[in-house]
Design a binder for this molecule. Structure first.
Ligand code: GLN
Length: 241
């Protein structure tokens, strides 16, 4: 078995080491004897969505999001939308999450029209939402996700998009409706930066299993010795909840 990963804008959208999530997916597949290739596509580089199984987009500040806009429009928007509708997996973090949506209006009135691949929109407030936080993941009942958020944007979900889960501690999508992240087809979008997947191995395996299922039909991921990962997870869970 083989998964092909495409990391979009790795040099520009990589706050808090978001790239670690790509390494985590790669390692957890390799440890199970699977082949993984990781390619990148940044400004001025084209990609064909049909060449890949899974796409990763990290977070970035308002400035970087604005810088990317012209490059994102046109061919890249078409490829991303087609891949999402085709059921390819997307893991998008914070600024990358916002960019899949309709628009982001910054707290000082600047409007960025994004690609509208999923029905969400984001509006900024002056006071940033920052801190370690925790949320449920609806598809893994009983499992809490621990993460770190830092955003000014409040994101609201439209019809057809559901949250990843419910905020247990922290702000999540907007600090109002207790929702965190967005799920649409095989899109997993979240405000959780940095070592999201290393600290939440169950979530990582869920995303990998969904991707492998789409490509190969049913798939069973063998367990890994996750003592270290689980103790990092439990430590944060205990601190937060
Ligand atoms: N610029 C966005 C915000 O502040 C995203 C920030 C980020 O990716 N951390 O809401």
């Amino acid at each position: 078995m083989e998964l092909k990963i495409c990391h979009l804008y790795p040099d520009i959208l990589n706050l808090y080491g978001d790239r670690g999530n790509v390494l985590c997916m790669q390692k957890r597949l390799q440890w199970r004897g699977m082949d993984v290739s990781v390619s990148t596509a940044s400004v001025g580089e084209s990609f064909k969505a049909s060449d890949y199984d899974l796409f990763f987009i990290g977070g970035g500040q308002d400035f970087e999001q604005e810088v990317l806009l012209p490059d994102l429009q046109g061919a890249k928007t078409r490829e991303i939308k087609a891949a999402i509708e085709d059921g390819k997996t997307f893991l998008a973090i914070c600024g990358g999450y916002q960019m899949l949506g309709q628009y982001y209006k910054t707290w000082d009135g600047e409007q960025c029209d994004f690609i509208g691949a999923i029905d969400i929109y984001t509006e900024g407030i002056k006071k940033r939402m920052i801190g370690n936080y925790a949320f449920t993941f609806d598809e893994l009942p009983g499992n809490h996700v621990v993460g770190f958020e830092n955003h000014s944007g409040k994101t609201y979900l439209g019809s057809g998009v559901r949250p990843m889960g419910r905020v247990l501690k922290g702000y999540g999508n907007n600090g109002e409706d207790h929702q965190e992240g967005a799920r649409y087809k095989n899109v997993f979008a979240t405000y959780s930066h940095g070592c999201l997947l290393p600290k939440n191995p169950a979530l990582c395996d869920f995303i990998l299993a969904e991707t492998l299922k789409r490509k190969y039909g049913s798939v069973e991921l063998s367990p890994l010795p996750d003592q270290l990962e689980n103790s990092a997870h439990q430590y944060m869970e205990k601190r937060l909840l």
